[in-house]
Design a protein around this ligand. Structure first.
Ligand code: NAI
Ligand code: MG
Length: 364
């Protein structure tokens, strides 16, 4: 059955517009093949929004998002060494944390997958990573990134402080999503925390034990975050679903990106509690705006393209189309088509556009 819909497109900064152009070409190709009609509405965020409106997340952009079924997001932010100039100060915080809060995007799903035949992308040996298929479910609108934060002077010393705060309900919402996901996968959930030290982590454990009573077919265990970091490197294939808080999830998913080969491979879906026939969500790569490679045409568009696949699957329930996109990416890799981040030293690589064309050629 053909579908129609409206998608807010927020390319952002750095490589954002480059990889978004790839995703839109893939969307057009899939729509044409399958008879769907999606209207895309582009909104300004980040540096370009600041230049025009003096803010990183203009009201105009929020309105576009409100009138859409889903948001396809690129990345925002300036160079890591230029975070204090007015154009870039708090850009990521204002835009992405702003959207997460505004649309109650409480859970972020980040799949880390070593596709069969792509083991050589990983910097790790094949025997460590073969068969890796992990889903990180990260809490997204509370914890250390949203608690009160301040700068003050104490005993003549400049001091900074932030607070991590979780309510029972905030944890419950995320843990339930993680259990539901595990139920459809290998039925294994690992709750990652630091309960040997942190009170919020102890609450996470209490909530998880309670929710587990609703999911008795899922095996649950707990793991401290420092151990989880090394287990994700030593035996990533032993994990199925990981549920964790905002900051731990942020760090572990970058680590996971390296394990599967590149941050440019990791898509994500941020889901909201907003009901309705079409499930609202924000879909974005796990990586940032990569200013170090912006404008060179070498960024890997995979995370953005796979984020589009997640959008089609979750918001529009277009499972076949999502799978076709994933298979086309895999087929391009199997034919030896790779962007620079995945190529071995000295090996030939493709530009963002060339790789995108290879994917589109292989869309069934
Ligand atoms: P980053 O994820 O942008 O880049 C980290 C490293 O990975 C860089 O060497 C980059 O070249 C590489 N990389 C990332 N994506 C890639 C891709 N698709 N293809 C090939 N290589 C890729 O993180 P970084 O450098 O810490 O931050 C840069 C800016 O991005 C900052 O302003 C930061 O605030 C922002 N940022 C924004 C996010 C968002 O919009 N959701 C998330 C994370 C960071
Ligand atoms: Mg991050």
């Amino acid at each position: 059955m053909s579908k129609t819909g409206t998608i807010a497109v927020l390319p952002g900064d750095g490589i954002g517009p480059e990889i978004m152009a790839s995703a839109i070409k893939v969307l057009d190709a899939v729509s044409a093949k399958c008879g769907h009609t999606f209207e895309t509405k582009e909104g300004l965020t980040g540096g370009l929004a600041y230049d025009k409106f003096g803010v990183h997340l203009p009201e105009e952009t929020i309105k576009i998002c409100e009138a859409s079924d889903a948001i396809l997001f690129g990345a925002v932010g300036g160079h890591v060494s230029d975070q204090e100039s007015p154009r870039w100060k708090d850009a990521e915080k204002n835009v992405i944390l702003g959207l997460r809060k505004k649309f109650n995007l409480f859970a972020n799903l980040r799949p880390l997958k070593v596709w069969p035949g792509t083991e050589s992308f990983s910097p790790l040996q094949e025997r460590f990573i073969k068969g890796t298929d992990v889903l990180i479910v990260r809490e997204l609108i509370a914890g250390l990134y949203f608690g009160p934060m301040r700068r003050f002077e104490e005993n003549g010393e400049i001091t900074a402080e932030e607070t991590s705060r979780y309510t029972w309900k905030q944890i419950e919402n995320v843990v339930r999503i993680a259990f539901q996901a595990a139920q459809k996968r290998k039925k294994k959930l690992t709750v990652v925390d630091k309960a040997n030290v942190l009170e919020t982590s102890r609450l996470w454990r209490e909530v998880a034990r309670k929710i587990q009573l609703e999911f008795l077919d899922v095996a649950m265990d707990f793991m401290f975050v420092d151990n989880a970091a090394q287990q994700l490197v030593r035996s990533p294939a032993s994990f199925d679903v990981i549920a964790t808080d905002n900051m731990f999830g942020d760090i572990l998913s970058d680590l996971g990106g390296a394990v599967v080969g590149s941050l440019g491979l990791v898509p994500s879906a941020s889901i909201s509690a907003k009901g309705g026939e079409k499930k609202f969500g924000l879909y974005e790569p796990a990586h940032g705006s990569a200013p170090d490679i912006a404008g060179k045409g070498i960024a890997n568009p995979t995370a953005q393209i796979l984020s589009l696949a997640m959008l089609l699957r979750y918001t529009y329930e277009l499972d076949k189309e999502a799978q076709a996109i994933e298979e086309a990416v895999l087929a391009a890799w199997k034919a030896g088509k790779k962007t620079k981040d995945l190529a071995a030293p000295g090996e030939a690589s493709l530009s963002t556009d060339e790789f995108t064309s290879c994917v589109i050629e292989r869309l069934k």
